[in-house]
Design a protein around this ligand. Structure first.
Ligand SMILES: Cc1ncc(COP(=O)(O)O)c(C=O)c1O
Length: 395
């Protein structure tokens, strides 16, 4: 099976980690500080703070913004659940708005309708390696005095008008094993805010500025020097690996051009880093996915049940009406795009996708035809109460 992801770990990472192991200084220390400095420079912000993973990065930012019960954060349901969970961890409420049908990113035109007196922040998710419309999001945030928290966990190095993900608001990056840059587990926060950065550094280290002087309520969110050494080696390769991901994506675009599928859309002024290469293959997605897998290709669905339909969200009364999110969840699949994918392996993926799509072509209206009619019944749970008006939460 050709896997959906494979970390690019080699001699550089082994040497870097071995050096730290031999030094005897393996927990947070000089390597973490070096990674923070290099990442801050890379993103173009004054501060980067390393933490144990991307979820903790988001939790720490929301905590540092002082969110609590009664506060609301506008975000999307077409994401990994950690985005919403980090908001919930503070006692605040995620308010879900729908996504754009082509980029799969937050539909900025829907944000203002979801703003209430309780809204404190907007949290766009730069899903699959593409930055959301930061012009509109920043303008709305400025107009309403809201913080912007970028979930950039999948968008290392992606840009919007030449500015990197994580440089607009406060950014959260994941360094999980499948990400474009990895330390197995790890996370990075980016911010321009000196006070928040200072608070985050205390918070991730039990609230201690100096040993056993606990200045604030803090926890252990630290990254290790072992992980940071690996991260530094990964950062060295990031540009090269992103270029390889883009080349693989360009080949897919070309090979799938004549198929009734929609390849990833990259709006003008943005660069995509192809954490995932995601195709809209239409309502016969599950049959196509099964065929691709049967051909030995590890295709995946990100994400089959959107966050607003997960049981623990429904239990909290946070259901939203998000027809485009539901439709995208039912029609899309992702295929391998990691830098170590060989040309021969890519040829196998191309053949598997072509055969599967063509085998089911004609079962349906073509991609881009009237979509509302093609939403599978399984994507909608009629038993769930909803708030059709706001496109946001119902209580
Ligand atoms: C969009 C998104 N947000 C948050 C996270 C959480 O990151 P981590 O797995 O490092 O905790 C991830 C990673 O899986 C993610 O893809």
């Amino acid at each position: 099976m050709i896997p959906i992801a494979r970390p690019d770990v080699g001699a550089e990472e082994i040497a870097a980690v071995t050096e730290v192991l031999s030094s005897g200084m393996i927990a947070q220390g000089a390597r973490v500080a070096e990674l923070e400095g290099r990442w801050a420079d890379y993103v173009g912000v004054p501060h980067a703070i390393a933490v144990g993973n991307g979820t903790l990065a988001l939790m720490a930012i929301f905590g540092g913004l002082g969110l609590g019960p009664g506060d609301e954060v506008i975000t999307v349901a077409h994401t990994f659940a950690a985005t919403a969970n980090a908001i919930l961890s503070t006692g605040a409420t995620p308010v879900f708005v729908d996504i754009e049908p082509d980029t799969y990113l937050i539909d900025a035109a829907r944000i203002e309708a979801a703003i209430t007196p309780r809204t404190r922040a907007i949290c766009p998710v730069h899903l699959f390696g593409l930055v959301a419309d930061m012009d509109m999001i920043q303008a709305i945030a400025d107009r309403h005095g809201l913080a912007v928290v970028e979930d950039a966990c999948q968008a290392h190095g992606a840009t919007f008008r030449d500015r990197p993900a994580g440089s607009f608001g406060h950014g959260a990056f994941s360094l999980y094993a499948t990400k474009n840059m990895t330390t197995a587990e790890g996370g990075l926060i980016t911010t321009h805010d000196d006070r928040l950065a200072d608070w985050l550094r205390l918070y991730r280290n039990q609230g201690m500025r100096s040993r056993y002087a606990f200045e604030i309520l803090g926890y252990n969110y630290r990254l290790t020097d072992l992980a940071a050494a690996m991260g530094l080696a990964q950062l060295e390769k990031l540009e090269r690996n992103t270029a390889r991901r883009c080349r693989i994506a360009a080949v897919y675009d070309e090979e799938f051009r004549d198929l009734p599928v929609r390849p990833p859309v990259v709006p003008d002024g943005r660069t995509h880093v192809f954490h995932q290469y995601t195709l809209d293959v239409g309502p016969r997605r599950d049959a196509i996915l099964a065929d691709i897998r049967a051909a030995g290709v590890g295709a995946e669905v990100y994400y089959p049940l959107p966050v607003h339909r997960q049981p623990y969200i429904l239990e909290r009364g946070l259901h939203a009406e998000l027809p485009i999110t539901d439709e995208v969840a039912a029609r899309t699949l992702s295929v391998p795009v990691y830098p170590g994918l060989t040309d021969d392996e890519q040829a196998i993926v191309v053949e598997a996708v072509r055969a599967a799509v063509l085998a089911h072509a004609g079962d349906e209206a073509p991609v881009g035809a009237e979509r509302a009619d093609s939403l599978p019944a399984s994507a909608v749970d009629p038993g769930v109460p909803s708030n059709p008006g706001a496109g946001a939460i119902a209580r």
